[in-house]
Design a protein around this ligand. Structure first.
Ligand code: ZN
Length: 58
């Protein structure tokens, strides 16, 4: 029984993506614009325009 069998691969990937966002933008959780973007889109990993801009490096 390996540890991998305890977690479906999709779940692991989802967690990794969430962790990646939090690593890059620890301040995004405290950003009101991000909270608003998440509420509007219903996507818990959504970011405001400013944070998206920084994420894509433009
Ligand atoms: Zn933001």
């Amino acid at each position: 029984m390996s540890a991998d069998e305890k977690f479906p691969l999709e779940e692991v990937e989802r967690c990794k993506q969430l962790a990646r966002v939090e690593e890059q933008f620890p301040d995004a959780d405290a950003c009101p614009a991000c909270a608003d973007a998440r509420k509007t889109s219903g996507d818990p990993t959504d970011l405001c325009k400013e944070h998206l801009r920084r994420m894509y490096g433009i």
